[in-house]
Design a protein around this ligand. Structure first.
Ligand SMILES: [Cu+2]
Length: 685
């Protein structure tokens, strides 16, 4: 094994030298590509808009595979992707409604039949079964409303009808599929779109400065295909999480890897804005625009910054902020997967400025309040296939390292030109969002419950102890964290208390006939289990296990109209974006430190754990000795959300592997749940 590792290191060094040479060439190509892509045009691409009238938006979101031509971020080359889409486009159409409107959506599923040969059990399955989630909407989760427990099979016609409360907060929401086990593939194809609630008097939309600003949506997606243009579905041989070089064999490829499993030496990744690579925005000096940002990637942290400009945040996850939060010039907004930020940009002097996703390995806070900034790991930076080395005689045919993705990634180019205009930013407090309890009520109402939830990764390295050179959880920090090493060699004291026990239970049978050595958990942290006499199985008898089970809620006592306080802990060395359906929350603390101004969110990154001790001579990071990241929030359960929904990690691969829990809102104390999830077709019993 050691020889193999050394060889790989040597090849990497050779590659770096080659990469510097070819990337300079690639840079020139990109510059050329930009001019030919937008020859003097002025239109920034916007998805088709479908607007409600007379209180209803009647529309169709047809699921189908459609050819979309995408441009490579680095070479400028164009290729056709046979993408899973809504209505044929990446992203799907933008739906625009008003508070009190009804969304009436026909959803024919014209995707192909699901594959006959599939791994069974809890392994991701049925790539072409769909449903619809209206992310951020405070609406009913039952029946044909925002019900993520539905299964819409290929070849069927379906209907979704969502009644939006008349006092619903106005802002930027979105829709995407949410069928457990299929969502990753559908995100790689781009099956998502904006869902905007436009407001009247007294809302952000009616503010004169906002009304005067051009309203632009910017949906950031990473579209992924293999070399033939097909979007990858899970590698049925996979036994672990990450993506490794082809010589590792199919079992060592991640579930969504095309690397060496479909005849492709690698995948193509397209970082797109409204389905285009690096579109051009034209602004006049002094002009103010309202940009609605959505991170609809499968799992990338996007620290987004605009060269030469400051960003002025007016809304987060759809909900109007208390005040305009103006960041210092060129400071990024960290947008976690699933999050939305609305920013006002006031164009400066004439010139060309890049809107960029910066390297996530810069110290930034998960919130624009700037609390406890740390490096924000992004999964993709290591889950991307390693580029091949053209000087290596064993390199695959067609090896081309110029396609290596690197930060910063350009999301759009802003050209400031023409006659100056004098537009202003709003000052003073922004309109208070409708339909939510006041911040004072959120903070001062005694919570009916205090809950603690934990994100955990459990990784187990196959083979002999100490072969800890591969990371099985998508950990990109360069550490084989999460107790992997300890798991393999150092005994039970070096790993999370639950991990060993889980491995005994969630065996090959659970994963559909093959072992799978990564567990992604979302646990009730107060559910401690009881000790086991076997030191390798330290804890047993949890009330509810940490993997998703659609038949059982995590908590038995969440009551409509009550207020609660939650803390979500992250016991791993990567961020996990926490998302709860149906009810937004008021974020009060990050890593135990109070925010100066609490923020409304429906999705927020829970910061990664910080290893201790640290430094060059520190031992292998041990997750049990680390300072765990956390968020704390207050939440109020709107009575309209009675029923069942989910909370989960918004890294979609994590969600598809079980980092999700069902939550039930009961109509009153000791009243029965109104939840009736559709049975999952591929479950072990
Ligand atoms: Cu996660």
């Amino acid at each position: 094994m050691k020889g193999g590792i050394m060889l790989r290191r040597h090849r990497l060094q050779v590659f770096v030298v080659v990469a510097v040479l070819v990337l300079s060439a690639a840079f020139l190509t990109i510059r050329r590509g930009q001019t030919s892509q937008d020859p003097g045009g002025t239109a920034f691409p916007q998805p088709e808009v479908r607007q409600s009238s007379g209180g209803i938006l009647k529309t169709t979101l047809r699921a189908r595979i459609a050819d979309n031509t995408l441009t490579d971020n680095f070479t400028g080359e164009t290729r056709v992707v046979h993408a899973l889409t809504f209505e044929g486009t990446i992203p799907g159409p933008t739906l625009v409604v008003k508070p009190g409107d009804t969304l009436s959506i026909a959803m024919p599923n014209d995707l192909p039949p699901n594959p006959q040969e599939q791994r069974d059990g809890a392994f991701p399955h049925d790539p072409y079964t769909i449903n619809l989630h209206t992310h951020g909407l405070e609406v009913s989760p039952l029946g044909i409303s925002d019900n993520v427990f539905r299964h819409m099979e290929p070849g069927t016609k379906n209907h979704v009808r969502v009644e939006i409360p008349p006092d619903h907060p106005t802002g930027t929401y979105w829709y995407h599929t949410h069928k457990h086990g299929s969502v990753t593939t559908q995100f790689f194809g781009g099956m998502a779109g904006f869902l905007i609630i436009k407001g009247g008097p007294g809302t952000l939309d009616a503010l004169p400065e906002i009304k005067a600003a051009k309203d632009v949506v910017m949906g950031f997606q990473v579209i992924r295909s293999d070399l033939t243009g097909n979007v990858p579905f899970v590698n049925q041989e996979s036994q672990q999480f990450g993506t490794f070089p082809p010589d590792a064999g199919p079992a060592q490829q991640g579930p969504w890897s095309t690397y060496g499993t479909t005849g492709s030496p690698k995948s193509f990744f397209y970082y797109t804005t409204n389905g285009k690579t690096n579109p051009t925005m034209h602004m006049r000096p002094g002009e103010v625009q309202r940009w609605r940002w959505l991170n609809a990637t499968e799992g990338d942290n996007l620290p987004v910054a605009l060269q030469g400009h400051s960003l002025n945040i007016v809304a987060m996850d759809g909900i109007t902020a208390a005040n305009v939060n103006s960041l210092p010039a060129e400071a990024p907004v960290v947008i976690g997967p699933g999050q939305r930020y609305e920013v006002l940009v006031k164009a400066g002097k004439p010139g060309t400025y890049l809107l960029q996703a910066l390297d996530p390995f810069i110290p930034e806070s998960v919130s624009p309040s700037g609390i406890d900034p740390e490096m924000r790991p992004s999964r993709h930076s290591a889950d991307l296939p390693q580029p091949c080395d053209p000087l290596d005689p064993t390199a695959p045919e067609g090896c081309d390292p110029t396609t290596q993705l690197t930060y910063p990634l350009t999301l759009a180019t802003v050209v400031v030109e023409g006659d100056p205009v004098d537009m202003s930013l709003p000052s003073g407090p922004l309109p208070v969002p409708t339909g939510l309890p006041s911040v004072e009520d959120m903070l001062n109402t005694p919570p009916a419950a205090l809950r603690n939830v934990a994100f955990e990764n459990c990784g187990k390295v196959p083979g002999e102890a100490g072969m800890g050179t591969v990371d099985t959880t998508g950990d990109t920090t360069g550490m084989t964290g999460n107790g992997h090493q300890a798991m393999a060699g150092n005994g039970p004291q070096g790993r999370l208390p639950s991990c060993g026990w889980y491995f005994e239970k969630y065996d090959a049978e659970y994963w559909g006939g093959k072992p799978f050595i990564t567990l992604l958990l979302m646990r009730d942290d107060d559910d401690k289990g009881v000790p086991n006499p076997d030191p390798n199985m330290p804890l047993v008898n949890f009330q509810k296990e940490g993997l998703f089970d659609p038949d059982k809620p995590l908590f038995p006592d969440m009551i409509a109209d009550s207020y609660e306080e939650w803390t979500v802990v992250n016991r791993s060395f990567t961020d996990h974006p926490f998302h709860i359906h149906q009810n937004p929350f008021l974020l009060t603390k990050i890593n135990g430190k109070p925010l100066p101004t609490p923020e409304w969110h429906d999705t927020i990154l829970v910061p990664a754990s910080i290893p201790t001790p640290t430094g060059p001579d520190a031992p292998q990071p041990n997750i049990n000795l680390a300072r765990h990241g956390s968020i704390t929030f207050r939440i109020h359960f709107r009575p309209i959300t009675v029923g069942c929904f989910v909370m989960h990690c918004h890294i979609i691969t994590h969600e598809d592997l079980g980092m999700m829990q069902r939550l039930d809102i009961l109509p009153g104390p000791n009243q029965p749940s109104q939840c009736e999830p559709e049975p999952m077709p591929h479950r072990r019993h």
